[in-house]
Design a protein around this ligand. Sequence first.
Ligand code: AMP
Length: 280
Amino acid sequence: MQTLTTVSAMQALAATLGTAGRPVGLVPTMGALHEGHVSLIRLARDRGAVVVVSIFVNPTQFGPSEDFTRYPRNLEADLAACAAAGADVVFAPAVEEIYPKGYSTFLAEEHVAKPLEGVSRPVHFRGVTTVVAKLFNLVRPDFAVFGQKDAQQVAVIRKMTADLHFGVEIVTAPTLRDPDGLALSSRNRYLTPQQRAAALALHQALHRAQSMVAQGERRVDRLIAEATHLLSQQRLVRIIYVAVVDRDSMESAREVLPGRSLMAIAAWVDEVRLIDNEIL
Ligand code: AMP
C-alpha cells in the first residue's frame, strides 16, 4: 500500500493507475475509520479495482461552530485499517495541500442540498461537493463509493456528478450497524454509555416507520408523528428533523413510495449530532 500526502504525487500516480487494466475505485473518508468505512473499501476491492482511499478532514464542510478542530484523527490506526482492508493507495493530504493560501473556488449543488442537512448546516454540502470534485480531478476514478448512512450526501454527489459530466460511477454501500442497531459513525466515539443508549432511539424510530409501511401505512404525517413520539421519549435526544423524502431528490411528499422514500432523522444526543436513515 502506498501513502501519498501531496497533490503532485497523487496527480503523478493517477496518470498511471488507469493503465493497469483494472478500474480505479475511490473511497473518500475523513478518517477515524470504523467497520463502516472498511466495508466501503472491501466493496471497491471486490469489484476488482485499484482502491484509493482518501483521508481528509475537510474544513470547508464544517460550520464555524462545528467540531472540525476536535474531530477524531488517528492516521496511524487508519493506515493499518486501510492496509488490512486491501486498499492500494491512501491519499492523506494536509489542509494546505487542498486549500492553499488564497484558495477561492467552490462548487455548490443547489437543489438536492437545500433541505434537511442543508437547513441546519448551510455550508456543509458546498464543502462536500468542492472536496469530492477535487478528489475526482486528482484521482480520476472510474467509480467512487459512498455510504447510504449519509443519504443526502450520496444524492447530492450523484446530482453533481451527472450535472458536471464527471463520468464517475457513484456506488452506494449499505449502512453498517452495531448489533443493537446504532449506525456506525466516527462521532459515536464522543458518546458516553448513557448517551449511546439514548442514541438507539434513532434506529428504533426508523425501524418502527419501516414496520408501519410494511403493514400498509402510506401517510407520511403518521410515520413522522410516530417516529417523533418515540424519539421524544428519550430525555437526552433533541430532534433536529424527522422527514420522509424521495431518495434521489430529497423532496418531501405526503405519501410513501415504497423503495423510493426514505425516512431521515437528525438529532442531538446531548452535545453529539447524529444522523441516520432507512429506505421505507
Ligand atoms: P466520513 O468519514 O464520515 O466522511 O464517511 C466516509 C464514508 O463512509 C461516507 O461515504 C459515509 O457515508 C460512509 N460511512 C460512514 N458511516 C458508515 C456506516 N455506518 N456504514 C457504511 N458506510 C458508512
